[in-house]
Design a protein around this ligand. Sequence first.
Ligand SMILES: [Zn+2]
Length: 429
Amino acid sequence: MLIRNTSILSFDDLSIRPSSDVLIEGSRIKKIGPNLPASGEVIDGTACYLLPGLVNAHSHTAMTLLRGVAEDVAVEDWFNKHVWMYEKNLTPHDVYIGTLLGAAEMLLNGVTFVADHYFYMDEAFRAYQQAGMRADLSWAAFGVGPDWERAHQEALRFTEQYAGRDSRLTISLGPHSPYLCPDEFLRASAKRAQEMGLKLHIHVSEEERQVTRTVQERGMTPIELLQRTGVLREGTILAHAYWATDSDMQLIRESGAGVAHCPKTYMRFGDIHDFLPRALQAGVSCALGSDGSASNSTINIFEAARDAALLAKCATKSPQVATLREVLGLLCNGAAAGLRGYGRVEAGAPADLVLIRPDTPNMQPEHNVFANILYSLGESNMDTVLVDGKVVVRKGRLMTIDLPELYREAAAAAKRLTAAVSGTPMQTY
Ligand SMILES: [Zn+2]
């Protein structure tokens, strides 16, 4: 396949490489240069910009089915009194439908890779296979609660059964968090991940009170706890780490773990903090995440980047922090999601690519195309998306999923979940 005559954007140095052809062989980029010979399908990239596929480093994708169930509520009530009432009734088929809906939304917004942390992940696996999306799947595992051992066995069964099955879909271990997993559980997860050659994906330090409580009760921060138990290491995805201390930042940087920053969720909960400028200053590898749609509504990484920039500027009361280059650099940072070398347009890289069209009113004129991308771009600017060398979005249309049928299924699932909500909360975390 050949993408002909396009302008390649680099977020590393905010440069543009005009009039370039990109030759794709199989699932990888073979060559980039002017006037390359056509081979197979030719996609006309004239009047488009080409960029690497976007990375969503932390998602609970199937929670698309819970979009809008808990609005304008206190953070303490959000899960126990609202989200859990719906989530406890999710079936494996709901996870399939919800994941398919999320994958559709992501692909139509240029996201080619997601690190998904949820349950019934065999159903999520099936959805990503169908959608043609790249994903890392971890079955969320808890070390507390009445049923944790059975649930944990299920997570391990999934891991053993699915690891290595599909080169596009990798498997990680997903201990939920230091507050829902005792130390022994975390230690065992880290050990098992090492034995199986897998990575880890975990929540940590998302709220200030978690950090102060752990310091009071344990004499260390949650990040320090992850270090002691072996979870903090290269390739681990730390979801949030939003209230990491300055010394935590050093530990994260030295470990080679990455952070998934989910600004829209923090802002929804009224939690303004200067995590991002401090993390960038400390050299922490960060990418953006969507978290679940019950708190984030959308799964749109361009929007997450915009929110990240605005949140950082507000938190520090400084318009000079979170520069274009810093924030655009988060969009495709595969390394922060355990995928080294991902998110680049270069020979040998996976052919996960996005073509955007700037010929819409919101993107004109082009004093600074990078500023337009961060602060103005919309879904209507998506032209073509490739994953693993295959076209999944063509001229703004998703090729892999029957959307009207999917909307009907999602509506039916939402109706059933709403009907099932009754009585009092059953879970208190
Ligand atoms: Zn999360």
